[in-house]
Design a protein around this ligand. Structure first.
Ligand SMILES: [Zn+2]
Ligand SMILES: [Zn+2]
Length: 310
């Protein structure tokens, strides 16, 4: 993908936000997250758009609306001569206390992501998954628990869910989490006591929870923890085979993407008559929309990698 003159960025994940564009339009949180990940000068110019605020470019009115995916995430509404088109970016509709809740934006054309666009994908309640983790910690106090979670969004959400479930002990976090966790905290999201596991005795970690990005779980870094129960928080953990292959002992199905029911309910809620499906499993959702009498097409994006952060 090549840099562009003006980019409307829905959120800070690497498959949606890149450095090197001239002008970036995004929410304040997304811009701050981009600067922390890609550097202060990752674009020449930034325009902050608050949720619901309108910006006119020629005769198109652009506005951003909460997507409920990660902090700062937005859907994009384009209005032109009375026609309304919404691009969801990544989204979910289930509550997440680390970001603003998803908002249904009525429109004529709805361009939806479809990461989990198959009827088999029905996410369990995240509280239930956190209970599984806490139960495992309690029943195996001699082992450490090593939780893999992507650094932007998923890590903070899992930490927040642990706090909401009453877990008050320090959580040991990989160095790569620091910048983003600090930013979330600065935005009033209470993550409790986070500690670096560096330079600590191996025995310290028995009965403790340690978190790091998926790449760190297989690295030298992970060897300092005693007899770890390897956990991974992702919507992909639905697929037992995948958990097994990646050596995950305790899969936690915690997703920042809409599942099949959320996708289909949202499509109806927007009132849109035309649906373009992208970013994942397009076919099943296109088929579903057509069976509901809607116009639907897959939209294959250029330069998109196959898999998302889940
Ligand atoms: Zn994302
Ligand atoms: Zn994505």
């Amino acid at each position: 993908m090549s840099p562009v003159k003006t980019a409307i960025v829905t959120h800070g994940h690497a498959d949606h936000a890149r450095g090197g564009n001239d002008h970036v339009i995004a929410t304040a949180d997304t811009i701050e997250i981009m600067k922390r990940r890609y550097g202060e000068n990752c674009a020449k110019k930034f325009t902050v758009l608050d949720y619901g605020e309108e910006l006119k470019i020629k005769d198109v009115a652009i506005s951003l609306h909460p997507a409920g995916h990660v902090l700062g995430s937005a859907q994009v509404l384009l209005q032109w001569r009375g026609q309304r088109a919404v691009m969801t970016g990544d989204f979910k509709t289930v509550p997440d206390s680390t970001c603003t809740p998803f908002e249904v934006v009525p429109c004529d054309l709805f361009v939806t992501e479809a990461t989990f666009g198959l009827p088999v994908f029905q996410h369990p309640h995240p509280k239930h998954e956190i209970e599984k983790l806490l139960h495992s910690v309690k029943s195996q106090p001699e082992r450490s628990h090593l939780v893999g979670a992507y650094a932007l969004g998923k890590a903070q959400r899992v930490i927040k869910l642990l706090r909401e479930a009453g877990y008050e002990k320090p959580i040991y976090v990989h160095g790569s989490y620091k910048k983003l966790c600090d930013y979330y905290k600065s935005r009033g999201i209470d993550l409790g006591d986070l500690k670096s596991p560096a330079h600590m005795d191996k025995e310290t970690f028995r009965g403790e929870i340690i978190m790091g990005p998926p790449s760190a779980l297989k690295a030298q870094w992970a060897r300092r923890f005693p007899d770890p129960v390897v956990c991974f928080a992702s919507g992909w953990m639905h697929i037992k085979q995948r958990a097994k292959q990646s050596g995950v002992e305790l899969p936690l199905v915690i997703s920042d993407h809409a599942d099949w029911n959320e996708l289909t309910e949202t499509i109806h809620a927007t009132g849109a008559q035309t649906i373009w499906v992208t970013h994942g499993r397009e076919e099943a959702l296109v088929h579903y929309c057509r069976s509901q009498g809607l116009n639907a097409e897959p939209l294959y994006l250029q330069g998109r990698e196959d898999e998302d952060e889940g």
